[in-house]
Design a binder for this molecule. Sequence first.
Ligand code: SF4
Ligand code: SF4
Length: 107
Amino acid sequence: MALPDYDCLTCSACCHQREGTILVTEEDVAHWASVGRQDMIDSLGEGHFGERAFLMREEDGACVHLGLPGKPHHCQVYDVRARVCRDFQAGSQQCREFRRERGIPNP
Ligand code: SF4
Ligand code: SF4
């Protein structure tokens, strides 16, 4: 649940990461398979620690699933995003660090 002062839809700092660091789990993969989202599985790359991860775009360092027409901070796969995306807490220390790194002021 996003805190009111942290507007994720004007931010998306946590969706801009180094390649291989937004890791997905076997549970994510099993879920995507069960709901017919083979495209999610096919779009994964190698992650750190021998796991799989979302690929990052070269041009802007964002997750390949970030951005809709006219809505650059929206997730294209919000309903089936990975567990790590669901669990990430707006307003957490890591959120605040990611925002600071991208020059987005913290409340
Ligand atoms: S870095 Fe924090 S405020 Fe920005 S999109 Fe992620 S959770 Fe939301
Ligand atoms: S799947 Fe969506 S929420 Fe998760 S990192 Fe990619 S764009 Fe962000």
